[in-house]
Write a protein that binds this ligand. Structure first.
Ligand SMILES: [Zn+2]
Length: 71
């Protein structure tokens, strides 16, 4: 039996986790490293383009975490 070990820390140098939320109305995507930034940017978009007010909870519920290559 072969015992394969994965070095779990090595990928962290190449890939960073970021959050992304897509607008249901027009497909516009916002990406940000922090929840605060994501919420603020997405709120601005919805206000400006769709005249909608979204709560922080609504936005974070739709947000997903994505991996982005930093290289
Ligand atoms: Zn939109």
């Amino acid at each position: 039996m072969t015992n394969v070990k994965f070095a779990s820390g090595t990928l962290c140098n190449l890939v960073s986790m970021t959050k992304e939320v897509a607008c249901a109305q027009c497909g516009f995507r916002v990406r940000a490293d922090s929840d605060d930034e994501l919420v603020e940017d997405f709120q601005q978009h919805n206000k400006a383009f769709h005249n909608m007010d979204l709560s922080r909870e609504q936005i974070l519920a739709k947000a997903k975490t994505v991996q982005v290559a930093t290289a």
